[in-house]
Design a protein around this ligand. Structure first.
Ligand code: HEM
Length: 262
């Protein structure tokens, strides 16, 4: 019996056997969930940065997510549902990505040796993505679970109280760096993998994408640092009033008017 026939009889695998499509499908789902999460994060950073424009700006955005444009009263459970959906996609993405992690020290050493031998920037980026992804397993899950179960405690004062008095600021600073690097490197690698924005000259396209990637990273890091600093500043001044909610003047005066008219 030939060696190939022995292998075939033992494993059932032969050269004629059709290749499985499952790895390609899993790769597609990983890209799709990753792209959704990255776009979500970019939007999230802008909405959250509304605090830079004052208490009322952030209050209005919060109420909009609680359905104020559809209903008379606000419904924080809408935010809980959104957080739940994002959490499910986040877990799915992590599960799909996990299959590419080195599973033992030998695989890890082989990867590291290859990384230094090849000395290619994009291989190093994969390593950064694996490390930031691992950190986000924990940091992202804590944040998502918190907003899911405390969706009624989002607002200029409630969020700042959480950041300072509930000690969420160290978690947010670490999460900010992890998520910005992970999302932007991820989108950059997706562009290369699927050939998006591919011009005639692939070297030139890669250079342009790299430039755009670096500008976006700096932009979102600065935006995130300014945002978290603002929540910290408000949280410190609001420390003695922990738990008190922000109410815009317009809402307070409407309530007074309603009481007077009764
Ligand atoms: C529907 C889901 C989400 C909601 C409703 C939400 C909401 C918020 C809110 C209101 C804050 C301000 C601080 C606070 O109130 O605690 C915040 C901060 C933050 N969130 Fe989320 N978030 C969601 C998902 C995510 C995800 C998936 C990530 C990344 C994995 C993320 C990363 C961050 C970071 C890094 C900050 C810190 C602030 C900064 O530096 O700009 N969030 N989020």
């Amino acid at each position: 019996m030939k060696e190939t026939e022995v292998i075939e009889s033992l494993t059932g695998v032969n050269a004629r056997r059709k290749k499985s499509r499952i790895p390609a499908k899993l790769d597609f789902y990983q890209s799709a969930t990753g792209l959704f999460l990255a776009l979500f994060i970019f939007a999230h950073m802008f909405f959250e940065a509304s605090i830079l424009f004052g208490y009322n700006a952030m209050y209005d955005i919060t109420k909009m997510f609680e359905g104020s444009f559809l209903f008379k009263e606000s419904h924080p459970f809408i935010v809980s549902i959104l957080a739940f959906v994002v959490f499910v996609i986040f877990i799915l993405h992590a599960l799909l990505a996990m299959r590419k992690f080195p599973i033992n020290y030998r695989q890890y050493k082989t990867f590291k040796t290859n990384m230094y031998l090849i000395n290619h920037d994009d291989t190093k980026l994969w390593f950064i993505q694996a490390c930031t992804g691992f950190a986000m397993f924990f940091l992202g899950s804590i944040h998502l679970y918190t907003v899911m179960v405390q969706a009624d405690k989002i607002g200029p004062f409630a969020s700042s109280d959480r950041v300072v008095s509930d000690w969420f600021w160290p978690l947010y600073i670490l999460l900010l760096f992890a998520v910005v690097l992970h999302a932007i490197i991820g989108v950059y690698r997706l562009c290369l993998k699927w050939g998006w924005f591919e011009g005639g000259d692939s070297k030139q396209t890669r250079e342009k994408l790299k430039k755009f990637r670096n500008i976006l990273t700096i932009f979102f890091l600065i935006l995130g640092i300014l945002t978290i600093s603002t929540y910290i500043k408000i949280g410190i001044t609001h420390k003695n009033h922990y738990g008190e909610r922000y109410t815009p003047l317009s809402v307070t005066s409407t309530k007074i008017e309603q009481k007077v008219n009764k």
